[in-house]
Design a protein around this ligand. Structure first.
Ligand code: M6R
Length: 607
């Protein structure tokens, strides 16, 4: 995922302004950076791998002439971080430059067609196809706006793009589908960007571009049209009254809350993974003598949930292991037939990498699931897939959990299909549900946040919490507990609910809050008994339940309802959302900073 920026100044050089704007967008990605300007009829480009400050030190990003230009800060998805894969991307004739945020799903088909027509590609990115299609359209005599419009009509996937060309050197053409794009309007300039903070110190007048719209920027300002029928859209600018700090968080008080709300978008992105990576990983999993799912913290909880999913769908038994225990527990037992699927948002967690190293030394196959292409995990894994959740800044992992689960579910579904273990009808139903999950999460966030805030206020002074779930929901319970204790400093205990009567229940006394995660799945009847056991001892029951679950509603002191009709294997994705929000609001109620909890770091690179 990436940040894009473009500007047209009435006078002066665009490059220093682009450079500063990219710094404000750096949170969106920082593995490579690039700029392009138009000067005396030529396109000039500077780009390289590395953080913005590193690339600036090596190339002086301010030193490009021209009053019109584009910039890009990259979070690699297709093609590792490198100078050639850095944006902007040009065509064969260097007449066009494109910056892009999003994923073009059909880029391989388009690339093959273009190569057959004689186009030569420099990068491994999906973006470069756009430059070559625009080149073709310009050759046919189209205006730049029409060329971009015709190009985006060929694209499947998501994009916010900005395009310049020396054929029409006074314009920037941008378009949007499912990736954010905003326009900034000032007296002496017009800007386009992935988000408002990029231009906020320059202007607080913004125009939000909607999906399916194309915008032409020039000295006169901006013109918005629908891509489908070219109809002119009249849209008045909005005045933004955010402070620069609020703007970075897009108006949310903390990154954690912003990231919780980004989950629908990230989940949509996980549904656009490249098939060949998933297929390759599936092949390795299918052939494996044994499979270890290895991770720490939240990523470990995703592995735990995945072990239920692999077992239920693909009849594959896997071992979810906390990475720091892997070498001691299994180090000597693994061999050439073992597969270790390492799951790590950062791809840099020392404990996870130690397990990976041990597996490699014993000739096992290492697979990776990570958010950071170019991280150590992507360099050492035999095959890897990206969880597509964009940079996560809050120390508490939120979108990481749900994105990883979506990817792991897709792997399990593929394996199930390959092994013929589940009927085609069931697979199709699950695939359909997976597609609906982003919308379900979106509605859930809209509907439940206010109520969860009230719950946090009610329970904020409680000294200790229990989180219980059965089956796959025991992983959601563990994750809810980790969130609460790490950011609200509330001691919390989580067990599979059946285990509580083997010891933990002795802690229960009147008013002790017990949070149950109970979708209406095969464990529903038994978990009701577990709720009764707690209630009988005076516990306060907070239940996350399926909409209309009257049986549990009748037993609970408080409940949060999740939409009906979710298959058991996908339930942790929506059921964890109320737990994330509860932890967040408990932290703010207790005066804790959810983004930077004490003693913790986002990436734990020590053992
Ligand atoms: O980058 P990773 O996914 O490997 O990180 C693993 C853990 O350090 C991480 O999930 C940590 O537990 C978070 N603070 C959880 O919110």
């Amino acid at each position: 995922m990436c940040g894009i920026f473009g500007c047209i100044l009435k006078s002066g050089n665009a490059a220093p302004i682009i450079h500063k704007a990219l710094k404000r967008l750096e949170y969106r990605g920082y593995d490579s950076v690039g700029e392009a300007t138009i000067y005396e009829g030529k396109l000039l480009v500077k780009k390289d791998k590395g953080k913005i400050d590193e690339v600036h030190a090596a190339h002086n990003l301010d030193d490009l002439p021209g009053r019109i230009g584009l910039g890009h800060t990259r979070w690699a998805t297709h093609g590792g971080p490198s100078e050639t894969n850095a944006h902007p991307h040009g065509d064969c004739e260097t007449q066009v430059m494109v910056v892009h945020n999003g994923i073009i799903e059909n880029f391989l088909e388009l690339k093959n067609e273009l190569e057959e027509m004689g186009h030569v590609f420099k990068s491994k990115t999906d973006t470069e196809v756009i430059s070559h299609i625009v080149e073709e359209e310009l050759k046919e005599g189209c205006s730049l706006a029409d060329a971009v419009r015709n190009a985006v009509e060929k694209l499947d996937g998501s994009y916010a793009i900005a395009v310049i060309s020396n054929k029409e050197p006074d314009k920037i053409v941008c378009a949007r589908k499912e990736s954010p794009l905003v326009i900034g309007v000032a007296n002496d300039a017009v800007y386009c960007a992935s988000d408002i903070p990029a231009f906020l110190p320059l202007t607080n007048t913004a125009v939000i571009v909607e999906d399916g719209e194309l915008v032409v920027l020039d000295d006169k300002g901006y013109e918005v049209r629908k891509i489908s029928d070219r109809i002119l859209v009249s849209r008045e600018p909005t005045i933004i009254d955010w402070s620069p700090e609020m703007a970075e968080k897009q108006g949310y008080p903390h990154y954690m809350l912003k990231e919780i709300h980004e989950q629908p978008l990230c989940l949509r992105n996980t549904l656009r993974l490249q098939e060949q990576y998933l297929d390759l990983m599936t092949t390795f999993l299918d052939r494996a003598g044994e499979v270890f799912l290895v991770a720490c913290g939240t990523s470990y909880h995703a592995c735990l949930a995945a072990s239920y999913i692999f077992s239920k769908l693909a009849m594959l038994a896997t071992h979810p292991i906390i990475a720091s225990e892997f070498v001691e527990q299994h180090g000597r037992a693994i061999n050439i037939d073992s597969v270790l699927l390492a799951v790590s948002q950062s791809g840099e967690t020392a404990d996870t990498l130690e397990a990976v190293q041990c597996a490699r030394e014993r000739a096992a196959t290492v697979l990776g699931l990570t958010n950071v292409i170019g991280s150590t995990l992507t360099r050492v894994a035999r095959a890897y897939v990206c969880q597509q959740s964009r940079p996560e800044i809050g120390v508490a992992a939120t979108k990481t959990f749900t994105s990883q689960l979506s990817v792991l579910s897709q792997l399990a579904l593929r394996l199930a299909k390959k092994r013929g273990k589940v009927s085609h009808v069931e697979i199709e139903q699950l695939e359909e549900k997976l597609q609906q999950i982003p919308d379900i999460v979106e509605r859930l966030l809209e509907a439940q946040e206010g109520q969860i805030k009230k719950l946090a206020r009610k329970y904020r002074d409680k000294k200790c919490f229990f989180f219980l779930g059965r089956g796959i929901s025991s992983s959601s319970a563990l994750e809810g507990r980790l969130k609460l204790l790490e950011i609200a400093y509330a001691p919390a205990i989580a067990f599979p609910a059946g285990e509580s009567k083997h010891g933990p229940i002795s802690l229960i006394e009147p008013g002790f809050p017990v949070i149950f995660v109970c979708p209406r799945d095969g464990t529903h009847k038994t978990i009701r008994s577990n709720i009764m056991e707690m209630k009988a001892r005076g516990a306060s029951i907070i239940a996350v339940i399926e909409e209309g679950d009257e049986a549990i509603k009748g037993m609970a002191d408080d409940y949060v309802e999740i939409p009906k009709g979710l298959p058991e294997v996908l339930s942790p994705i929506p059921y964890v959302i109320p737990l994330q929000l509860f932890a967040y609001y408990m932290a703010t109620e207790r005066g804790c900073d959810p983004d930077q909890p004490r003693n913790l770091a986002k990436s734990v690179t020590v053992k």
